[in-house]
Design a protein around this ligand. Structure first.
Ligand SMILES: Nc1ncnc2c1ncn2[C@@H]1O[C@H](COP(=O)(O)OP(=O)(O)O)[C@@H](O)[C@H]1O
Ligand SMILES: N[C@@H](CCC(=O)OP(=O)(O)O)C(=O)O
Length: 382
């Protein structure tokens, strides 16, 4: 379905072999040994592959489901409960087992993991978005593997629908990952649900926003429930920031390694636009501008010529009232817009910091949220 056309070289399988940052999502249907609890040896196998990628310098962030299913086994429950509070209880019990399991396997490779529990709301709230971003960036920079799941204790919709695919895509947007791998219990997206239609054909490639893909995607099985509907939607979300998505069978031997070598497995859903253009458009379209930073000529030059982060020292004047995480415009002294970006400090703090070197931030504010006023990854030069 769909043709790969001219996007193939930039956004197709070859993009995976060049990827530097990848989000790997392991679904409930895959992780839990048909409902018999966490499949520990299989998790060990995925961890080995992630460790090998890590060794090659690829940054990997895991999004792992399985808390509810693992908790059900620990609590001796035979069937997935339908009451939300019981699902939440099972998730809370199971999340411990999940964390332990990853920690033990990564420890075999002398690698540290970090548990991060997020909700979709965390990623749409500007301040918490930036907080999550800086924590994740710091972890990845320290070569720690974040293992993310939904914070099931405080959500109801997500746990009812069993959808970590969306979370995987939002994390791919957040980190501007090159690829999102959705590993599940089927070989990929078929033209009909293969559980009910054994003759269904695998769709090996398509454009993420092709409406025909959404039309063939159905819901999931008893454990994970988002099915292919949420996976195709996740691919569309991931495409906003230029990431390619692959839906593949986690049970295939060495699946992560082979996908990352560019092998044609599963269903590849690629974005319409090349990554850089897609990311800039995504960031630029994010929000209304809430304030203005007037830059000195030196800052204008480094932003334009080098794509550097904006430091407080290059800011002459701060206008408007904005909060940390809001979008602000950066203008030159004639008022021409130079860039737009997500600001790390609110307007009051930014006024205190304007013109000051970064090493003074702690002395001025009593804390350091970030060394730059706007990080270059959150800045679009216009
Ligand atoms: N067109 C389709 N192609 C493949 N699988 C489909 C399709 N439509 C529905 N499904 C179902 O989606 C399930 C995978 O989704 P889900 O159970 O939510 O997995 P996970 O827990 O890995 O997210 C498959 O087992 C399959 O029954
Ligand atoms: N967050 C929950 C449910 C998430 C879930 O099952 O999602 P999915 O793997 O996309 O079907 C858990 O860890 O069990």
């Amino acid at each position: 379905m769909g043709d790969v056309a001219s996007n193939e070289s930039v956004l197709g399988r070859a993009a995976l072999s060049r990827a530097r940052r990848v989000v790997v999502k392991l679904g409930s249907a895959l992780l839990t040994n048909d409902g018999r609890g966490l499949d520990d040896p299989a998790i060990g196998g995925w961890v080995d592959q992630v460790a090998a990628l890590h060794q090659r310098g690829v940054e990997v962030v895991l999004v792992s489901s399985g808390a509810v299913a693992a908790g059900m086994v620990r609590l001796g429950w035979q069937a997935r409960p339908s009451a939300v509070h019981e699902l939440q209880a099972a998730a809370a019990v199971g999340q411990n087992g999940l964390t332990q399991c990853y920690e033990q396997h990564f420890a075999r490779h002398d690698m540290l993991t970090a548990q991060i529990l997020l909700t979709h709301d965390d990623l749409s709230n500007r301040k918490r978005y930036l907080n999550a971003l800086s924590a994740l960036r710091t972890l990845v920079g320290m070569r720690v593997v974040p293992v993310i799941n939904e914070n099931d204790t405080v959500v109801t919709d997500e746990i009812r629908f069993g959808d970590n695919d969306t979370l995987g895509a939002l994390v791919a947007n957040l980190l501007e990952a090159d690829a999102l791998l959705l590993l599940t219990d089927q070989d990929g997206l078929f033209d009909a649900d293969p559980r009910h239609h054994p003759e269904a054909q695998l769709i090996s490639e398509g454009r993420a926003d092709d409406p025909r893909l959404a039309a063939v995607a159905g819901s999931g099985g008893a454990l994970g429930r988002g099915g292919m509907t949420t996976k195709v939607r996740a691919a569309q979300l991931a495409a906003r920031s230029g990431a390619v998505t692959v839906i593949a069978n986690g049970r295939q031997p060495d699946v992560i390694t082979r996908l990352m070598a560019g092998e044609s497995l599963g269903s590849l859903l690629y974005p319409e636009q090349a990554p850089i253009a897609a990311r800039k458009r995504w960031l630029a379209g994010q929000l209304q501008v809430r304030g203005t930073l007037v830059l000195d000529p030196g800052a204008v030059k480094v932003l334009r010529d080098k794509g550097s982060s904006l430091l407080a020292v290059g800011v002459r004047n701060v206008q408007g009232s904005f909060k940390r995480g809001d979008m602000v415009a950066c203008v030159d002294e004639k008022g021409m817009t130079v860039a737009k970006g997500l600001v790390n400090y609110g307007a009051d703090e930014a006024r205190l910091l304007a013109g000051q070197p970064s090493h003074q931030i702690e002395a001025i504010l009593g804390y350091v949220e970030a060394h730059e006023l706007i990080h270059r990854d959150n800045l679009v030069v216009v």
